[in-house]
Design a protein around this ligand. Sequence first.
Ligand code: BYC
Length: 334
Amino acid sequence: MYTQSLDLPGQPAERPLADASVADRQSAFDARMAEDAKIEPMDWMPDAYRKTLVRQISQHAHSEIIGMQPEGNWISRAPSLKRKAILLAKVQDEGGHGLYLYSAAETLDVSRDDLVDALHTGRAKYSSIFNYPTLTWADVGVIGWLVDGAAIMNQIPLCRCSYGPYARAMIRICKEESFHQRQGYDALLAMMRGTEAQRAMVQEAVDRWWFPVLMMFGPPDAASTNSTQTMAWGIKRISNDDLRQKFVDATVEQARILGVTLPDPGLQWNAERGHYDYSPLDWEEFWRVINGDGPCNRERLATRVKAHEDGAWVREAALAHAEKRARRTQAKAA
Ligand code: BYC
């Protein structure tokens, strides 16, 4: 069973630096950073480290939850029972990822209600990619292949993140993302072995998703306001541009085997660099989408807020049940 327990085996019951001065605590934190050791919830940490972790982990959690919508949209229209069962499991996994990540964020002294409120009121971001529509069944396969593929590329280094609960959550998430990526590729392979119309549907979906997927890795390094500090803290291990390049290099061969063309005339092998070159991305589109003006931003947020409001009775019932159990336990103990 996955846990974000605050107590770890072998950890002293009390914070070892409880009586130390802020300067001593800062040097102990710096020393742990220097030796690449993990920071755990009970350890002292600078406010800015805590704040940036809350920002990144909660935005990651929001992305997983909002990310259930584009694919969830196809559960009732999947082309076979097998594909429906796979998609259902995948979308549930994404919901689970959101829960691990909210739990990891909660170890940083923030409440889930506040995090959810930040999402619902537009104060917190979620991944740009989920503001694009899923127009055909091929989009579901392409999300698995490319979106989950990009997510794995970004998330594998996060398994080595300096904050223990986030790193441990990422290990499990990455295992599940691998299955997601393979099921997407498998669905696309089946379509590519099908009819001419199916092949055209896959190509058309790849044409729409390719550039937005490359933007998932975040702005170019020169415009990445958080990278310098998060890399110094061992939260981010590989820069936005380096991850994007790794993803392009890995995906070209997969596209060839699948039989689709990546929609970039500038995509070509550069022997000198030992990497594929690709065309500049439309960063104006990226900023527009993350600032709330993408094709589906309003719809995604409205759907999420409605689901939260419709689920109020479940939260109330769970609370009433917990209170009743607590009263019973108290009465028995008396
Ligand atoms: N979308 O300084 P930068 C999934 C923001 S879910 C929106 O480079 P950082 C899945 C960034 O937040 C996968 N915003 O930021 C689920 C910052 O603004 P703030 C989600 C973006 O944090 C369901 C500003 O731009 N993955 O796989 O150093 C179904 C400047 O950027 C984006 C994660 O969340 C974006 N794409 O680096 C299927 C991974 N990019 O916050 C699949 C964890 C940047 O200062 N997160 N921004 O207001 C990360 O690794 C990093 O946060 C990022 C950005 C690489 C995303």
